[in-house]
Design a protein around this ligand. Structure first.
Ligand code: ZN
Length: 190
């Protein structure tokens, strides 16, 4: 595997981990303090940076916008009685925010790569995550990063399958849940 593809997979992992900070039972970037911890753990923020509520909100907008992008990489979601985990406005909101998270082409490195331009450390971290998207698109790995087809789940995963056909975060959880619902519909005639 070339180092370029390796790097692209690493950046995909980081995007998936960021999207999956929203868990079924909590939010790992729910407060500025939690966001600080997450960004430090991923080497995206200098020490002693003060993170504000505004930063946290922007991080959530980036996260939910990324989730919407990843959902578009998967098949249409299945019908579910549970609430949809996708905010319909997320992609538009991220589109507006990207204007404040600019990237520039760094030609001092080989190969050239997109790097964040913002001075503000948290904006810089968020722009880095957007640069990760561009890296994955360029490497051709982007379409394999998806969110689960179960609307209430929307967990991000990397599709390692040979035919790129994986649609569930986990066949044991969401895949089975859908099968059980289908069986119930058949037995009740609904
Ligand atoms: Zn799922």
């Amino acid at each position: 595997m070339s180092t370029g593809i390796r790097a692209a997979e690493d950046t995909l992992t980081r995007i998936a981990e960021f999207v999956n900070t929203r868990r079924a039972d909590g939010d790992d970037i729910g407060t500025p303090e939690q966001l600080t911890i997450w960004l430090h753990a991923h080497a995206l923020l200098p020490r002693d940076t003060a993170v504000t509520d505004r930063d946290r909100d922007r991080a959530e907008w980036v996260r939910e916008g990324l989730r919407a992008l990843l959902a578009a990489n998967n098949a249409e979601p299945v019908a579910s009685p549970r609430p949809d985990g996708l905010d319909p406005a997320a992609r538009t909101r991220l589109a507006a925010l990207t204007a404040q998270l600019p990237l520039t082409l760094d030609v001092t490195v080989t190969p050239p790569r997109l790097t964040p331009r913002p001075d503000h450390p948290v904006d810089r971290a968020l722009a880095t995550l957007l640069a990760d998207v561009a890296t994955a698109v360029a490497a051709g790995t982007w379409p394999r990063l998806k969110t689960c087809r179960e609307p209430s789940c929307r967990w991000a995963f990397y599709d390692h399958s040979r035919n790129h056909g994986r649609t569930w975060c986990s066949m044991n959880v969401c895949g089975n849940r859908v099968k059980v619902r289908a069986a119930q519909r058949r037995s009740t005639g609904r």
